[in-house]
Design a protein around this ligand. Structure first.
Ligand code: FAD
Length: 408
């Protein structure tokens, strides 16, 4: 390997970015990771568990975080975004903006700042269903493991309580935004996905009914460190729903919303249905689908679901959801197999909303679905969900391939 080569830059610290980083560093090359959130891990850290093995997200991520911590070839910037890229393969120049780091790296995560902080903020890790203090730990397995201060809600020096409480002098409320300029040899975009805005699918009534949640919210509702700590409770009355309906392709494969298949929603809903059965074996679950698209090892889920007498798969697209007096929800669909119109009353509905690409404010080529296109100037390599929806195991394989391309 050419020792004079500049480092590789990875944009996005989800499972694909983190994998690319460790693969590159472990063959001896310098690598820089930029993540816009204050922690690494991306969407996977928010899951209750992940298929196919249904292990907690800590399983895959913890070991990678340890590899990052131990490897001097890796530099990472959290709360940071790339503002500009210029140059060409072998010699790109990039400008990185890092939000003010009010809490320094000598934070021990003792939590005294949060104890004395008088301000609250919606917890974006739980999609705003819970609150934290303005001085907060993003989540219990956050990497880096340090507290953060929310710029929008903190009253800064006019309050100063956290500064007075911190025994380690780790808080500087006058910290400013920083700009770093770097030279890199190649760039991997690993910016991943966001959930499609369910309020845009008006016929499914998400905005007006609290007992309709999305699949990503379901992950946080049910997670042991989530909204209800391993319990599924309705927001309207805090009761456990006895009938839960899943609506597949909520926005996906629909010309009015997302024309493409989001690839992971069927497996995710099968996983969710089995999780409900594990926690509440008598709860009735119905999954309304157009086509059940599961492949590889995830087919085992489909078999398990088909064998479960409390889970029913209904082939039919839900056209309308209406909330009734007791905050239950009436789903209207056509059962394609029997040709009959059906109405089903559920106590909670989960919308399997599709995946859209994360916003990236750089001048990169995109494909017809707005994901980052494979065709870029030489030296810029998109990976995993930044270029199309895929599951974790495909993302990891794609990341390994991207690492090889980036080194070359
Ligand atoms: C409801 C649901 C459940 C799922 N469950 C499973 C499952 O059980 N098993 C499974 O295999 N797959 C599952 N998936 C798919 C899984 O989430 C993806 O495969 C995985 O997240 C892909 O990782 P990634 O790193 O490509 O993207 P992401 O996880 O989205 O990570 C991207 C990272 O890039 C950062 N980023 C974005 N833009 C920028 C920017 N401009 N600058 C800097 N950083 C940026 C983000 O903050 C994020 O940290 C599920 C998906 C959904 C929707």
């Amino acid at each position: 390997m050419d020792k004079t080569q500049k480092p590789v830059l990875i944009i996005g610290g989800g499972i694909s970015g983190v994998t690319t980083v460790v693969e590159i560093a472990e063959v001896g090359k310098e690598v820089i990771l930029i993540e816009k959130m204050p922690y690494l891990g991306g969407n996977v850290v928010k899951f209750n568990n992940y298929f196919p093995k249904l292990c907690p997200p800590t399983c895959g991520l913890e070991i990678n975080f340890r590899r990052i911590k131990q490897n001097p070839k890796i530099k990472y910037f959290t709360s940071s975004e790339v503002q500009e890229i210029s140059g060409k393969k072998g010699n790109f120049k990039v400008k990185i903006k890092t939000s003010p780091q009010y809490i320094k790296n000598n934070c021990t995560a003792c939590g005294k700042c949060a104890e004395v902080c008088p301000e609250e903020r919606p917890d974006n890790f739980n999609y705003g269903f819970t609150k934290t203090k303005a001085a907060y730990l993003p989540h219990e397995m956050a990497f880096p493991f340090k507290y953060q201060i929310d710029d929008e809600y903190c009253k800064k020096e006019s309050c100063n309580k956290c500064v007075e409480a911190c025994e380690y002098n780790a808080i500087d409320l006058s910290a400013k935004e920083e700009i770093t300029e770097l030279e890199v040899s190649s760039i991997v975009t690993a910016t991943g996905w966001e959930s499609y805005d369910a309020s845009k699918i008006e016929n499914l009534n998400y905005s007006d009914s609290k007992n309709i949640i999305t699949n990503v919210e379901f992950e946080r509702f049910i997670a042991s460190n989530g909204v209800n700590e391993n319990k599924l409770l309705r927001l309207t009355d805090n009761t456990e729903p006895k009938k839960v309906a899943f609506v597949q392709c909520a926005g996906s494969r629909d010309e009015n919303h997302l024309p493409y298949c989001s690839a992971v929603c069927c497996s995710a809903s099968l996983k969710h249905a089995l999780t409900i059965q594990e926690l509440y074996p008598t709860t009735e679950v119905k999954i309304f689908y157009i086509d059940m698209r599961v492949s590889g090892r995830n087919e085992d889920f489909l078999i398990k679901v088909q064998e479960n007498k409390n889970i029913e798969l209904v082939k039919g697209k839900v056209g309308k959801i209406t909330e009734v007096e007791n905050n239950n929800l009436i789903l209207e669909a056509e059962d394609i197999l029997s040709g009959k119109k059906i109405k089903y009353e559920a106590e909670m509905v989960v919308l399997a909303t599709g995946i859209v690409p994360s916003e990236i404010k750089l001048n990169l080529n995109t494909n017809e679905n707005q994901f980052i296109s494979d065709t870029q100037i030489e030296g810029i390599i998109p990976v995993a969900c930044s270029k199309k929806p895929m599951d974790v195991s495909s993302s990891v394989k794609d990341a390994t391939a991207a690492a090889v391309k980036a080194i070359q």
